[in-house]
Design a protein around this ligand. Structure first.
Ligand code: SF4
Length: 333
């Protein structure tokens, strides 16, 4: 029996860009390995700016797209290929999505409880109306709502924060073991974001659910995560315990992200985004961050950086942490 609950094994997603002539391959996700063990559940944040590959990775975990290479394994069973009907049903029970925009998750023509009862019947598998009602009521209470407040109402009768709570309640009905939340607070009023983020912590602790939290928002990631993976152009450039990474970043890109968050009134997306470089960077032979990195050396442009395992249990994709001596470094005495 596997000791891991979730394993992302050497996963890539390659797209073709351009027309028939001059087309090129672009690795939106480039040979990623990540795992969540069984036992104590974790919130693993995948953090990156637009174009980092974080949403593509989440979509592969949710089986919305297939990896070009590698596999995603849940409790020892690969979920990346074809699944039988029974396996698919089990997958949907164990892994539940929460999407970015709650107003797009529900049709404006249907009352939101329609989705809750469908989940209770089709995924949890309850037969009777009473059992479905109990499951829905329980899930709503677990996210701080009630059946009286929710049943019979349409999406436009809720605030964004409330509707996202209904989405979380729907996802929790089948007692999943993994929630994949893709930018779940980015469309919500800033004042209500922490309510949803706090809800994730409570669900992890009370219901032992693992959460893959996909975000570009470093501040909520810092607050909520046990583990953080920082993505850049399809690679995980730094991975490990969130407190260590965000207090003492080891990768120059993480350093840049934290530095830009610290500047009052400046969103880091505005600081680091260089669109003209974007497509070129995916195709770099060496480090994809080399054109922006203040520590770059000639080797960084010609050779893929090594994945370095540090004593404090992180992984960093960079030459800076190796014995490699920069050309202009003073010779050791
Ligand atoms: S490998 Fe080189 S260019 Fe890339 S982040 Fe490290 S020091 Fe900078």
């Amino acid at each position: 029996m596997s000791e891991m609950f979730l394993e992302i094994r050497d996963v890539s997603k390659i797209y073709r860009t351009g027309g028939l002539i001059g087309s090129a391959k672009l690795a939106a996700v480039d040979r990623i390995n990540l795992a969540l063990s069984k036992g104590r559940p974790n919130i693993l944040s995948i953090v990156g700016e637009s174009g980092s590959g974080k949403t593509t990775l989440a979509r592969m975990v949710m089986r919305l797209i297939r990896p070009t290479h590698g596999e995603i394994v849940i409790d020892g069973v690969s979920t990346s290929g074809r699944l039988s009907r029974a396996q698919m049903k089990e997958f949907r029970r164990r892994v539940q999505p929460i999407f970015q925009n709650p107003f797009e998750s529900f049709s404006y023509r249907k009352t939101v409880d329609t989705y809750l009862f469908e989940t209770a019947h089709n995924i949890l598998g309850v037969r009777s109306k009473d059992a479905a009602h109990q499951a829905v009521d329980r899930a709503l209470r677990n996210v701080g709502l009630s059946a009286e407040r929710v049943i019979g109402r349409y999406p436009n009768q809720f605030s964004g924060g409330e509707l996202q709570r209904v989405s979380v309640a729907r996802a929790m009905i089948p007692n999943p073991e993994l929630l994949v939340a893709d930018e779940p607070v980015s469309m919500i009023d800033a004042s209500l974001r922490m309510n949803v983020v706090n809800l994730f912590k409570a669900l992890r602790d009370e219901f032992q659910v693992n959460i893959l939290y996909i975000t570009h928002d470093l501040s909520t990631a810092y607050y909520v995560s046990d583990l953080i993976a920082i993505m850049y152009r399809g690679n995980i450039v730094e991975y490990g315990p969130s407190s260590k990474i965000l207090r003492e970043p080891a990768h120059p890109y993480t350093e840049l992200l934290l530095d830009s968050v610290a500047k009052i009134g400046v969103k880091w997306g505005e600081v680091v985004r260089l669109p003209d470089l974007e497509t070129k960077e995916y195709g770099y032979v060496g480090c994809k961050f080399a054109a922006r990195c203040p520590y770059a050396q000639p080797i960084c442009r010609t050779t893929p950086p090594p994945r370095v395992h540090t004593a404090d249990k992180r992984e960093v994709l960079c030459f800076k942490l190796t014995d490699y001596q920069p050309v202009d470094a003073p010779a050791a005495q």
